[in-house]
Design a protein around this ligand. Sequence first.
Ligand code: HEC
Length: 108
Amino acid sequence: MAKGKKKAGGNPAKGEKIFKNLCAVCHSLTSHGTGPALAGLAGTNIAGQDGFSYSGALSGKATLKWTDANMNKWLKSPADFAPGNAMAFAGIPSAKDRLDLIAYLKAT
Ligand code: HEC
């Protein structure tokens, strides 16, 4: 077995680096900024955080949850997952990078 917090499918330590490089400019884990706080999101409703003003596009997904599959689609192409959403981010092409990032987010 691998050492540390590695989980099946993704490497959270690598995911943390990706988060710092690509996401931290707009997101904190614990407080809302340009984007909503992201800690503990796994399994919760999409656009469900109190105190953040979501776009209608993302609020329209609020009956769905942040499963791994939905998070993977969102991070691959936010514009395809929720057309017209307010996250100015093109997406992460690498499936491995998305897996690592999701593993990191799930560990928060
Ligand atoms: C340019 C700023 C920006 C960047 C960069 C950015 N985001 Fe966002 N993010 C936002 C905004 C704004 C929203 C709210 C979108 C909406 O309401 O349509 C959002 C929403 C989200 C949500 C939905 C949260 C919820 O409460 O449902 C997730 C998950 C998310 N971002 C993850 C990420 C990750 C992971 C990265 C890095 C790969 C990232 N974002 C990069 C601005 C950004």
